[in-house]
Design a protein around this ligand. Structure first.
Ligand SMILES: Nc1nc2c(ncn2[C@@H]2O[C@H](COP(=O)(O)OP(=O)(O)OP(=O)(O)O)[C@@H](O)[C@H]2O)c(=O)[nH]1
Ligand SMILES: [Mg+2]
Length: 263
């Protein structure tokens, strides 16, 4: 539902949506933060209730803090600095989720790959029949900008195929999602490894997923933080998530074999 339509919808006496906290993990994103904040504020200018944006930064030391402090005078935005080594995207997101003032949460990247204009679409889809709304690159009507590059697109596809059996989601590696904190598994029990926090939450919490097509753009400015370590972490993360399932299958097979015993 577009923003204008949303406005009309609520003006007609439908219940107001809940306020929302937007959590953005950042590492050396000073160049992207002004555009991000400008576009989020524009996207939510018609949003009928309160919102806030928390950037959880891994001690970038690149001027991000000053940029956010300047914008914080005009908008409900703030930056939380994590000083625990090693830097970690997923832990930053979890910290943001804990610090959020509101239960409705949107998580997104700072590099403008996730269009802020689609935040209202994600929130509008977060209804009682689902626990998480994923901004998806791999459902019909989604669009991935070809400038993303074939090698990144290929790696993303391979990783997606590896993760798909774990969850009922076409884009389980997406970092753009809306969720209600009250439906989350106990955050102390969540031990993500690497980048894929939505996958961890969906798989551990057995969340009911809805997907909304998004336009996925390549990083706007600055450098990618993706490196070989990220890929290793992803593989280890997958092993962790698959391990209990493999164990369960082995246990079931053994139980099934028992009654027949040896031929
Ligand atoms: N707090 C924190 N944020 C991080 C860390 N690594 C990456 N990020 C942020 O997480 C988001 C996604 O990281 P990206 O570098 O864009 O990774 P990507 O989207 O997979 O790759 P590209 O878009 O190709 O650069 C961005 O907002 C980053 O600033 C980290 O270690 N800690
Ligand atoms: Mg990115």
């Amino acid at each position: 539902m577009g923003q204008q339509n949303l406005r009309v919808f609520y003006d007609q006496g439908f219940p107001m949506p809940d306020p929302v906290s937007i959590v953005v993990p950042t590492f050396r994103e000073a160049a992207n933060i002004p555009s991000l904040l400008r576009r989020v504020a524009a996207a939510l200018s018609e949003w009928p209730t309160e919102w806030e944006l928390i950037l959880v930064d891994d001690d970038s030391n690149d001027g991000s803090e000053t940029v956010v402090a300047e914008w914080g005078c005009r908008l409900p935005v703030r930056m939380e600095i994590r000083r625990d080594a090693p830097r970690d995207l997923s832990r930053s997101v979890l910290l943001g989720m804990r610090l959020a003032r509101f239960d409705r949460l949107v998580v997104m990247d700072a590099d403008l790959s996730h269009p802020p204009e689609q935040i209202p679409d994600l929130l509008a889809a977060l209804e009682p029949d689902c626990d998480i709304v994923v901004g998806s690159r791999y459902v019909s009507d989604a669009r991935v900008d070809p400038a993303w590059g074939w090698s990144r697109a290929f790696l993303s596809r391979v990783g997606t195929l590896m993760a798909r059996p774990l969850v009922n989601c076409r884009d389980p590696l997406s970092g753009f999602f809306a969720i209600d904190r009250r439906t989350l598994p106990d955050l102390d029990e969540v031990h993500p490894l690497g980048y894929k926090i939505a996958l961890e939450l969906m798989a551990r919490g057995k969340l009911r997923v809805r997907e909304v097509p998004i336009r996925f753009d390549p990083r706007s400015r600055g450098q990618s933080k993706l490196n070989w370590r990220t890929h290793v972490h992803f593989l280890r993360h997958l092993c962790r998530l698959y391990a209990p399932r493999v164990g369960e299958t082995v246990r079931k097979t053994r139980l099934d074999e028992k009654p027949g015993d040896a031929p």
